[in-house]
Design a protein around this ligand. Sequence first.
Ligand code: HEC
Length: 272
Amino acid sequence: MTLNRTHLAALALIFAIVWAFASAPPALLDHQRNATAATIPIQLVLKTIARENDIVRSLYTKSIVGAGLKAGLRFDEYWKNEDVQAGPLPALFLREAALSVQQNPVRLGLFLGSHQPISDANQFSGSQTAIFDKILASGEAEYFYDPGSERWTAMFPDFASVMACVKCHNEHPDSPKKDWVLDDVMGATTWSYPHATVSPDEFINIIDAVRGGFRDAYRAYLEEIEGFDNPPEVGSRWPSAGYAVPDEETFMKEFEQRISANTLNTLLESRR
Ligand code: HEC
């Protein structure tokens, strides 16, 4: 096989990504952007981080919350209150990650919204409302420029993938909708960015910010655990093995193992 330009470009990106795992470049401020190097469409970037989000959410929901509940761990919407000895619900894990991402200079936006939210703060507004209606009908992601926020935006449907989603939302006193069923579109994870295209460096910074957000969210849970009267063991074991949770490195390593092939594949697809 001879290497053509597309292959070379793909290889360069792979090296860039692999290298990013070791050290990410400092985030570029807007005026430092190298616009000519910005050839990667934002749609691809947002799709890549949405997959990262799916993987971490499923890891957290199944292996920490699902298995943890069986092992005697608790998860609660008021997990941050001093008198509550519990970890964050999956949606709140994402909100925690979003807070971290928003503090990062990369200017990536993350919002988990719904048309029937438990929390009013999660109600869609502006042009997102009409676009979410399309997602409700199609179950497919939507990519668009939002003139209100001046951001390139991607909305990914958030499905009721397990009964726990349905049950908890239907039973919640603040839920405006009590008849969710499995596989319903319950909302949408909404990512946004101010530019239509990014350079490989920017792409790496974005992935780095997202992973940093997941790491911070998980760390916030571990910090909460420190205050428990009867804290689970924190180390290399997972809740499926008993009253234990993985430490930060174990959790992130499992996530990175699950995601890395996906992220590379997305990059490769884009270069074909
Ligand atoms: C044990 C309860 C519980 C479980 C399980 C749960 N949620 Fe939620 N979810 C909540 C609460 C409480 C909120 C509101 C959090 C807040 O204050 O932002 C929420 C927020 C959300 C939101 C943002 C809109 C809103 O309702 O405020 C979406 C979308 C969502 N959840 C989807 C899901 C999906 C999909 C699953 C399953 C993968 C799931 N939830 C599992 C309790 C739960």
